[in-house]
Design a protein around this ligand. Structure first.
Ligand code: ADP
Ligand code: MG
Ligand code: MG
Length: 245
């Protein structure tokens, strides 16, 4: 049974520039897929499109989530259905604390009231896993956060919202070795939970060292040119994308 099915998906930006060409993906519950490819290949475009960003126009094909066609669904609806995108460049949100932001997102996603004490307890536990100081919970979301702290805040949302499917777009870019290890630990924690599936977009491989990977896809110029298992990550690490270009 598929969780996310992408069929012959072609995408252009603002109806003009074609970026993605006939993309096919089949992601099952519990699977971790990695999407690699050179700069400008269209990796973030795929992430935004899967999440329903209105700037990206589907010109062909379909996206199905848990058997429902969501090709034209709003981002909001996709989030409620259990989809999550961690941004390559997280937004700063002045006036809303990290803790309230996550609480609101949780409430919006589940529709259920948030039990404050239980919420604070699990937030604290998740922050500990990510070596985040407790004080960050009360700080404005991402405002004045370093690159590494912003990425940790994204993974914190992943752990707290516990979506069915998460796209992590270059969550490792610009991080020092310690931060990469921490972020990777957070992702590993998510993998341990139930049937959560991941699409990890990256062009480095450090973050993947301690993670189980089921499939690796190589995206070049808007086409998936190769799909392999987890060992493809190591091969690309050693030889780059040369043979796929
Ligand atoms: P990647 O994430 O693989 O580096 P992107 O998806 O960001 O690649 O970009 C793919 C191509 O689409 C690039 O040529 C980029 O310049 C172009 N592109 C992406 N977003 C936009 C946008 N909002 N407007 C115009 N061009 C864009
Ligand atoms: Mg890039
Ligand atoms: Mg990108």
């Amino acid at each position: 049974q598929s969780l996310l099915q992408v069929k012959d998906l072609s995408v252009s930006i603002d109806n003009e520039l074609p970026i993605l060409h006939n993309i096919n993906l089949d992601i099952k519950p519990g699977e971790t897929h990695v999407l690699m490819g050179p700069n400008g290949a269209g990796k973030s475009t795929l992430g935004f499109t899967l999440m329903g960003n209105p700037h990206y126009n589907v010109t062909n094909g379909s996206i199905t989530f848990e058997g429902q066609d969501i090709t034209d669904a709003s981002s909001d609806k996709r989030a409620k259905a259990g989809m999550f995108l961690s941004f390559q460049n997280p937004y700063e949100v002045p006036g809303i604390s990290l803790s309230s932001f996550i609480r609101n997102a949780y409430h919006a996603q589940t529709g259920a009231p948030v039990k404050l004490l239980a919420f604070q307890k699990s937030l604290k536990a998740a922050m500990e896993i990510l070596s985040m100081d407790e004080s960050y919970a009360d700080r404005d979301l991402n405002v004045g956060f370093s690159g590494g702290e912003k990425k940790k805040a994204e993974i914190l949302q992943l752990l707290m919202l516990n979506p069915k499917f998460a796209i992590l777009d270059e969550t490792d870019s610009g991080l020092d070795v310690d931060a990469v290890r921490t972020v990777s630990k957070g992702i590993e924690e998510y993998q341990k939970k139930k049937d959560g599936a991941l699409l990890i977009i990256t062009h480095s491989t450090k973050i993947l060292e301690s993670l189980h990977v089921d499939y690796t896809h190589v995206l070049v110029k808007g086409n998936i040119v190769h799909t392999g298992d987890g060992s493809l990550v190591d091969e690309i690490n050693a030889n780059g994308f040369e043979r796929f270009v």
